[in-house]
Design a protein around this ligand. Structure first.
Ligand code: G6P
Length: 610
């Protein structure tokens, strides 16, 4: 995943490189570095976070106006000085930063070592810099040498390359790993993601796979791998930079949890309002003819987005009566799924860059299936490659653990399943009005929960000493419980498991003992009594029970030690409300334990490697 930045222009490069990397720190933060050209290529890098790099840069004289930088999320080789990027060749006249994985690096490394190249790191990336040096023996032109070397690479890469002999250019090249080029006045920028350059420019080019660019102070030229110049359209970013800052909250995660009423309104905006007679989804071109031919739907995603997909499966099957399989992308891509022109694939992704999800999308397209993407980042690779798009309007999500993006994905699933139901004539006007009214109430209901966040804090304080926690639910509550348990694992580093409430007695209940903590979700009224019975079974074995229930539930307090009530709503929508206290609970536990809640250990926001 890793973050990449590059600068060439009229000012010193280092301030931009550091600022840009800060904006990308969510992509990885186990080491960081910059290489700046000033007569020679000066390299400063370190294990640790950006503040450690800033300390190393303190007092250093990096005055050059061209440079590249990197913040790393380790794949090959532990976090260390040697493994940190940028990587340089032995004669120190070429420096590169890389995001992705070079799959044939061992083979290339052996070949290069046999030719006398000395490797100092355990990374796959270092192979590339030596390979470029070797290729320069045959191709004097630096750009040609980089392209020729790149053609030998298998795997994924976004690369930024500079060379002592070409101090007036940065070369960028991409395959399966995002790169964006920001266009300025007598200065140009390179980054793996938009937030890095947003303070400097809103005009960008997105590099596509198999494209390379030469950035100079006054120009940006894009080529294909055969050096044919390409014409590209400038894309103007419309998001607000303020949206990427903390706005007075202690952490991005808290800010993002509290933004949810607005995010829900934004995702509904222009699609569903009080006056709507239909859901309007502009960028989804599926009409009755297309939908009637679809005999199977796959929803494919990773992490939190996958849980939104699980909810989507239940909703679409219930409403549209089309069979839906929800599958984790890293599994899906290595199976032999039945995909053809009558298949619809829906991919769900906040970043729009997740490698496994993208691979699944490409697989489906290759087989002739129609692909729809529910994506947050406008202009991301997934959004560009899907046939139909439903953007979630969550704005930039900075905290690694997803909160507001998840809620916006649920809203997208509600809109999509209702739209499908309407097209297929499965939802009549009365049901539509009932759902519409309930959905439009959600922002106010989420706010009601947020206003009571101190109740959740008290619950978190009470359970700060827990060593593990079990989540249970039935139906939509089960998918919600998976997300609840994931949040605890991600930010509190506690062992958390989720089970279908009815499955407990088939094994997991053996784990319950005095002091175990159970989170019982009671959002599905039709299944509530069944889940209550399961909670009782756990309570009887000494567990301390927290229940999240719908207002008016009179039974929960008889089986749970603590109950948090959320407002009542349509059965399809309870899952969104039930999840909000789960997010707050994980946040407060993490903070109470003193963890870095926005940047949990071992995780990265955007997972652009397999
Ligand atoms: C990472 C993030 C998760 C996210 C998952 C999928 O693991 O830490 O929060 O759910 O990737 O990301 P996507 O951008 O595709 O939604």
């Amino acid at each position: 995943m890793c973050g990449i930045v590059g600068y060439i222009g009229k000012s010193k490069a280092t301030p931009f490189l550091v600022e840009g990397l800060k904006a990308l720190e969510y992509r990885g933060y186990d080491s960081a570095g910059v290489a700046v050209y000033d007569q020679t290529i000066e390299l400063v890098k370190t294990k640790g976070r950006l503040k450690d790099l800033e300390s190393c840069l303190d007092g250093s004289q990096l005055n050059g106006t061209m440079g590249i930088g990197h913040t790393r999320w380790a794949t090959h080789g532990e976090p260390s000085y040697c493994n940190a990027h940028p990587h340089m060749n032995t004669r120190t006249d070429i420096a590169i930063v890389h995001n992705g994985i070079i799959e044939n690096y061992l083979e290339l490394k052996e070949e290069l070592e046999a030719k006398g190249y000395q490797f100092v790191s355990e990374t796959d990336t270092e192979t590339v810099v030596h390979l470029i040096e070797e290729t320069l023996k045959e191709h004097e032109n630096f750009f040609t040498a980089v392209l020729t070397a790149a053609k030998r690479l298998k795997g994924s890469y976004g690369l930024g390359v500079i060379s002592h002999k070409n101090p007036d250019q940065i070369i960028a090249i991409r395959k399966d790993s995002p790169l964006v080029i920001g266009l300025g006045e007598h200065e140009n920028f390179l980054a793996s993601d938009i937030p890095a350059i947003l303070k400097y420019t809103r005009n960008v080019y997105f590099l596509e796979d198999g494209e390379a660019a030469i950035l100079t102070k006054d120009s940006v030229k894009i080529y294909d791998l055969d050096e044919k110049e390409l014409k590209k359209e400038v894309f103007t970013v419309t998001w607000d930079i303020d949206a990427a800052e903390k706005s007075g909250y202690d952490h991005f995660m808290m800010k993002e949890i509290f933004e949810q009423p607005k995010v829900i309104k934004d995702t509904l905006n222009g699609r569903l309002s009080q006056d709507s007679e239909e859901v309007i989804l502009d960028q989804i071109k599926i009409d009755k003819d297309v939908l009637e031919k679809i005999n199977k739907i796959y929803i494919v995603a990773c992490g939190t987005a996958y849980y939104a997909g699980m909810i989507g499966k239940e909703l679409i099957e219930k409403i549209a009566r089309v069979p839906v399989v929800a599958e984790v992308a890293s599994e899906f891509r290595y199976k032999d799924p039945i995909l053809d022109e009558n298949t619809l694939m829906i991919v769900v992704s906040q970043s729009g860059e997740t490698a496994d999800t993208l691979a699944a999308l490409r697989m489906a397209k290759q087989a002739g299936a129609r692909v729809m993407a529910i994506v947050n980042v406008v202009g991301s690779t997934i959004s560009r490659e899907a046939h139909d798009i439903l953007y979630t309007s969550a704005g930039p999500e900075i905290a690694v653990a997803s909160t507001k993006a998840y809620s916006s994905q649920l809203i997208a699933m509600y809109l999509l399943s209702i739209r499908m139901g309407r097209i297929l004539g499965k939802i009549d006007d009365a049901e539509f009005t009932e759902l519409k009214t309930a959905i439009l109430k959600l922002p106010e209901q989420v706010q009601n929960i947020l206003d009571r966040s101190q109740e959740i804090k008290a619950l978190a304080d009470k359970h700060l000493g827990m060593k593990n926690i079990f989540y249970i639910g039935r139906g939509l509550d089960y998918a919600t419980s998976l997300e609840g348990a994931l949040k605890i694992k991600e930010v509190a580093y506690l062992h958390a498991e989720s089970y279908q409430a009815g499955e407990l007695k088939h094994g997991p209940i053996a784990l319950i003992e005095k002091g175990s903590v159970l989170m019982g979700l009671l959002g599905q009224e039709s299944l509530m009594e069944k889940t209550i019975s399961n909670i009782k079974e756990v309570k009887a074995r000494g567990a301390d029970v927290i229940a999240i229930a719908l207002e008016g539930n009179t039974m929960a307090k008889h089986v749970a030690d603590d109950v948090f009530m959320v407002p009542k709503t349509h059965w399809m929508l309870t899952t969104l409300l039930i999840n909000i206290p789960q997010q707050l609970f994980a946040y407060y536990i993490s903070c109470g334990l003193g963890h870095d809640v926005d940047k949990p250990r071992n995780l990265a926001k955007s997972v652009t490697v397999e």
